[in-house]
Write a protein that binds this ligand. Structure first.
Ligand SMILES: [Zn+2]
Length: 257
């Protein structure tokens, strides 16, 4: 049971009718083996506890929806479009993808992370919203670029009227990275690496994703980067690296109100 006393750790905001929230470890009453708000089903937590935590969060957000639409995240660049035809009454992943888009009100989309970047894409005019999961592989494959382009081309969003929020994620302070891996990486290059004082190399995935969104035409002033490193702040956020691989997942939830 999570023993924190308030829901202050939820980072919430919105543009027009689009809303987003980034969760952390803490939500009073959360259950499960991590003693915190784990929202993912694939990390060996008790199934019933995870479902309980999801309901607790939706209730906290005053959302009527029974479920949050989610996917099996594969570090790829597939997008799942949440349409009226898709079952909204399920907690099961809707397919394999690393981004979700919807134009339907009150259909919360969820991406689960523990170091990777959760990115909310919101059209100020309410035409569509998206949730993106971008680790280094998805970033290299241009998942943020591809999702923003889909919002423009399929749903008529004007990039000038779009906002993006990159949530708590591993920062260039902590993301040690072997630069040899960049040889094969489309949207990632050496300019996204940072040299540490000790000679080590880290990766600035946030910068790389901001560039992808700017390339689509979203003004950089419309892109907010939450400067919280999940590894540095491991007491407040699940961190795959800081927790040695066995940990829960926080969520980005995006919806049209
Ligand atoms: Zn850090």
């Amino acid at each position: 049971m999570c023993l924190c006393r308030s829901a202050d750790e939820l980072l919430m905001g919105g543009y027009g009718s689009g809303r987003y929230v980034f969760t952390g470890r803490c939500l009073p009453g959360a259950r499960g083996r991590f003693g915190a708000l784990n929202l993912a089903l694939h990390v060996n937590d008790r199934h019933d506890d995870v479902i309980y935590n999801r309901r607790l969060l939706l209730h906290e957000l005053l959302l009527d929806a029974c479920c949050m639409s989610c996917v099996d995240q594969t570090h790829g660049n597939e997008i799942l479009h949440v349409t009226e035809e898709i079952d909204q009454q399920t907690d099961s992943p809707l397919g394999e993808a690393d981004a979700l888009i919807t134009v339907i009100p009150d259909r919360p989309l969820a991406i689960f992370t523990a170091d990777c970047l959760p990115i909310a894409l919101i059209d100020q005019e309410g035409k569509a919203v998206a949730a993106v999961h971008a680790g280094w592989k998805g970033t290299a494959l241009g998942i943020a670029f591809k999702t923003a382009v889909a919002m423009v081309q399929l749903h008529g969003c004007d990039p000038v009227h779009m906002n993006a929020v990159i949530g708590p994620s591993i920062g260039p302070c902590c993301y040690d990275f072997n630069p040899n891996r960049l040889a094969e990486s489309g949207y990632l290059s050496n300019r996204h690496t940072v040299k540490k004082p000790d000679g080590g190399i880290t990766l600035d995935l946030r910068r790389a994703n901001v560039e992808q969104l700017v390339e689509v035409g979203i003004p950089e002033t419309n892109i907010k980067v939450v400067d919280i490193c999940t590894s540095c702040n491991n007491n407040r956020y699940f961190s795959h690296r800081a927790d040695g691989g066995d940990t829960g997942r926080q969520a980005l939830i995006v919806w049209l109100a």
